[in-house]
Design a protein around this ligand. Sequence first.
Ligand code: BGC
Length: 755
Amino acid sequence: MIKVKKVSFCLIMLLATISCHKQTQNLSESEVITKEPMVKLLESMTLEEKIGQMTQYNGFWDSTGPAPKDGDAKEKYDHLRSGRVGSMLNVSGVKEVRKLQEIAVNETRLGIPIIFGLDVIHGHKTLAPIPLAEVASWDLEAIEQSARMGAEEASARGINWTFAPMVDISRDARWGRVMEGAGEDPYLGSLVGQARVRGFQGTDLSKNNTIAATAKHFAGYGFAESGRDYNAADVGTVTLFNTILPPFKACVDENVATVMNAFNTLNGIPATGDEYLQRDILKGEWGFEGFIISDWGSGAEMIAHGFAKDLEHAAILAANAGSDMDMESYAFVKHLATAVDSGKVDMKHIDDSVLRILKIKEALGLFEDPYRYCDTEREKTIPYHKDHATLVRNMAKKSIVLLKNNEEILPLSKDQKNIVVIGDLAQEKTSPLGSWRIGSDDGTAISVLEGFEEKGVKYKYKSGPALISQPASFINEVKINSDDRSGFDAAVKAAKKADVVVMVLGEHGFQSGEGRSRTDLGFPGLQQELLEAVKAVNDQIVLVVMSGRPLVLTWAEENVPAIVQAWQLGTESGNAIADVLFGDYNPSGKLPMTFPRDVGQVPIYYNKLNTGRPGPSDLVFWSHYIDESNDPLYPFGYGLSYTEFKYTAMKAVATGKQVEVEVTVANVGERSGEEVVQLYIQDKVASVSRPIKELKGFQKIVLNAGESKVVRFTLDEEDLGFFNTRGEFVFESGEFAFMVGPNSTDLTTAIIELK
Ligand code: BGC
C-alpha cells in the first residue's frame, strides 16, 4: 500500500518537474511540444495502463461500502486498482466519487485520476424543461444559462463530464429521443448545441463548477428508419453534410471536449466502427482535439450489426476507426492488448487515443487536484439552490408554445369563477420531470394544480381516468391505462357546470426518451375519449398538452378554442404553466419541430425539397396524399402570443455577395410581448436541388404595446452556400429568395439575383 502511494507521488513529481523545466530551460519548440506533461506521462505507461485509460465502466453498487469479494463489482474494483479503468459513469455524490478517485490516485501505479461522466441533460437535481422544450424558447442565452446551472449542480456532486448536448437533428416525432435534441433544423440546432457547450464548459474547464461536454450521437442517430430507436439510418451525402453534421461541427468549433458515437449504422457502417466519420471527418478535416466515447455497449453491438465477428474484432474495428474510449462493451479491456500485440491495431492509434483522454483530464484540472469536484460544502449548497428554481421557472415559461387562442379565451383571469381542471397529468409531480433525470428525485416537480394554488386561483379538480396502470420507470415500458374508466364520468359531470375547463393531457414523461418510439402520436389511453366527452358538454376548453415530442393535435385544433404546448417542463412545470395561463407571462415560444396533422405524414419537416409535381392539381398526378393534406398542423417556427405582431417594409439588398435583409416588426396588440423574427432563404437554382426554405437567422425581440422595431440580418456566402454531392462546400451565384416572418409558413419574400 505504502509503496503504491509513493509511486503516485512520483507521478506528481514527474509532472511538476516537466512543467518546471518548460518554464526555466530554453527548450526548442519541438522539444516543448513533445515533452509536454501528458506526452511524458504517456511514455511512462504500459500497454495495459493505456488501454485502461480507454475503458469506461458503469458504477457499481455501494461503492462507498466494503469492496465486494466476488462477481462483476469485484472485477471492476480489481481493474480500478490495477489502472485498467480511465473513466466511470453513473457514479455521483461526493462521497462515492471521492472513494473511487482515491483508489485510482492512491492505489494504481501511476495514480492517473478518473473522469466521471453522467447524463446531465436538462439540469441535475433541479430540472429545467426537456431539451426540445428549451429550444422552443429560441433564447440562446437562457439555454446557455440552463446548461450552466446543470453543470453547477452536477459538478457539486463530483461529476466532471456530461454526455450532452445531444445534437442529433430529427424529423421524426415517432423517435422518442427527439425530446433530447434541438428539433429538425440544423441552423437552430447548431446554435443551441454551441450554447449548451458554452454553458457546460464555461470559459475555463479547470474550474470546479465547469464540466466537459459531449456532442452526441455521431452520427445519423436521429434519422433512424421509421423513427424506431437504434434502427439503421440511410442518408445521402447531401443530407449528411447539410443537415446531420453541421451541429457537430458547430460544437467542435466551440471546443467541445468529447464526442459520443452512435448505436446505429449509417449507410451500412456502425458509427462506432466508422473510420470515415471519426478519423477522416471529425479528427481529420475538422481537427477535433478531444476524444470520442462510444455509446453504451455500441462497440459490442457491432456484432449484432453483422459488422464484427466477435468482441475482439469489435475492439479492433472500433480502435482503428478512431473510437477512443469504450463505454461498457468490455471490448478494449478484454481484447485490445492482444490486438496490438498481433499488429491488428497500430500502437500509434492507442497513443493518440490515450493522449486525447489525458489532455481532457489535464484540462479539467484533475492532475492538479483529483478531488477538485469533491467539495462537500458545494455539495450541500449548490444542488436545489433557490436561484435555480427561479432560473428553471423562467426557462419553462419561455419554452411554452401557444398553439391556438380563439376569441382570446386566454389568458384566464385569476378571479375567474368556476374553473374545473381535468386530467391525471394536472396532479403529476414526477412525469413533468421528463425521462432523463438521473440526478433528481421523483415527485419534485410543481404540478399544475400547485401552480394554480401558488397564484391563489380557486378551482375544482377531477382527474378523470388514470393515465398509467403501473408506476413508470426509466427502464421499463410505461403501462398505459386503457380500460379502468374510474373517474371518467365524474370529470365529464364536473365539466358540464364549469365556466372554463382546463384539460391537462398528453404523454407520460417516460413515454419519450431512449427506447421509447411510438407509432401513434395521439393522446395515450382514455384521454382523447375524455376530451371528446368534455367537449360534448362544454365548449370552453383550454387544452394544456404535456409531451416529449410533437403529438397529433388535429382533433383538438378543430374542436378546442385554446391549446398550450407545455412539453415536460421540469421542476417548476406547474408554476410556469400557471404563469402563462393567467397572463403573468406572455407566451413567446415557437416550435422547433413541425407538428403533423397525422402520423402518416411523418417524417415531415419544413426544409424539404420540392418535388417535380408540387401541385395542387385537379388530377391525382401530383405529390400528395389522397386522404390528408400535405401541410402540417403547426409549422416549424410557429407560436402565438397574447399580443399581435405585424411585419411590414421587408426588403433585401445585395452588395456583392453580401445581402442585407430588413423588416419592420410592430406590436399592434395591447400588451408587451416577445417575438422571434425568422429569416429563411431559398437558393432557387443550384447544382443540387435545395430546400424550399432554410432558416438562416432569427432574432428574439421585446416590443411594448404600440412599439415597432427594424430588424436587420446580414448574410454572406457562408450562409448562402451548401455542401454538394461530394461533401464540398460551394456557393453558386444566381437567384435567391429571402423570406421573413413569424414562422416558416407566413413569410414575406424578396427575390434577388446574386452574381
Ligand atoms: C445513451 C447515451 C447516454 C449513455 C450513458 C446510452 O444508452 O444512448 O445518450 O449518454 O447511454 O447513459
